[in-house]
Write a protein that binds this ligand. Structure first.
Ligand code: CO
Length: 286
């Protein structure tokens, strides 16, 4: 269908050091975020060398956003100010809603296998930025997989894709988050509501996306789509695995410093002052 979405922006991850010294690829962040509303940031982290990640992301605050960590392989331990403590492994997801404030740490652990995962930041609208924080640990087994046709397999983490509903169905931005695997030559066309921001980020393999002028995409590249009723993807010779993510833009002003994203500079200053003074956490430990 010629009306399906074409690619409006192509991004490739840039090597970045985050946390206490974790080497990762930042696919998008502060400079690109205005075009990706409601999404703020996407990191692709992982390495076969433990020294690239063991320093981890020690205790730090978040306010005003959701952070979504999806692990393809390896292990990450976490703890937070709500008293949650646990470990996620291959195929598991942490969906953390910072709301009015949470302090947590995320520490990748060496295993026999390489580490690979993604962290996506989803902005929260003004009306619920200061709501109670929430943490969800979603096991791989709770993430439905669907094969709408031969050569197509889709795991649905959030929203509804190909008739399968993911475990996360709330959120003001109504995010849709799927892990799509196409066998060589396989193709999908996924319907998308007009106003939604939609992107595909390649986990492995390569393929073509978009219509009209098709865009070649390979591992580590992201395609942001323009408006239209659907997105289309066709796998290359080695198969094509990508994250397909969409959300409703918030259209609100963004005041962003480090791990805190608010609407105004004053709210940002308040957040950092409260963190320094030890009054950052508004909600009782649950
Ligand atoms: Co964090």
């Amino acid at each position: 269908m010629s009306s399906s979405r074409s690619v409006s922006l192509l991004l490739t991850g840039k090597p970045t050091i985050e946390g206490a010294g974790v080497r990762l690829q930042r696919v998008f962040g502060f400079p690109e975020a205005p075009r990706l509303d409601p999404f703020l940031l996407l990191d692709d982290f992982g390495s076969s060398r433990a020294e690239d990640y063991v320093a981890g992301f020690p205790w730090h605050p978040h306010r005003g956003i959701e952070t979504v960590t999806y692990l393809v392989s390896g292990r990450v331990e976490h703890r937070d100010s709500l008293g949650n403590q646990g470990t996620i492994g291959a195929g598991d997801v942490q969906w953390m809603t910072a709301g009015g404030g949470i302090i947590h740490q995320e520490m990748p652990q060496p295993t026999g296998e390489p580490l690979r995962g993604f962290q996506l930041w989803v902005n929260m609208p003004a009306a619920i930025k200061m709501s109670a924080p929430r943490y969800r640990d979603i096991a791989a087994a709770a993430i439905p997989g669907v094969s709408p046709r031969d050569g197509v397999h889709i795991k649905v983490i959030a929203g509804e894709v190909a008739g399968a509903r993911g475990p996360v169905t709330d959120g003001a931005a109504q995010p849709e988050y799927a892990d799509v695997s196409l066998a060589p030559g396989a193709e999908i066309e996924h319907p998308t509501q007009d106003e939604r921001t939609v992107f595909a980020y390649v986990v492995s393999g390569s393929g073509r996306v978009g219509t009209g002028v098709e865009q070649e995409l390979r591992s580590g590249q992201l395609a942001l789509f323009g408006a239209g009723p659907s997105v289309r993807a066709v796998a290359g010779d080695s198969g094509f695995r990508f994250l397909l993510v969409s959300g409703r833009p918030l259209g609100e002003p963004v005041a962003w410093r480090g791990p805190i994203v608010m609407n105004t500079g004053e709210e940002l200053a308040t957040a950092f002052r409260e963190y320094e003074q030890g009054t950052f956490l508004r909600h009782a430990r649950g």
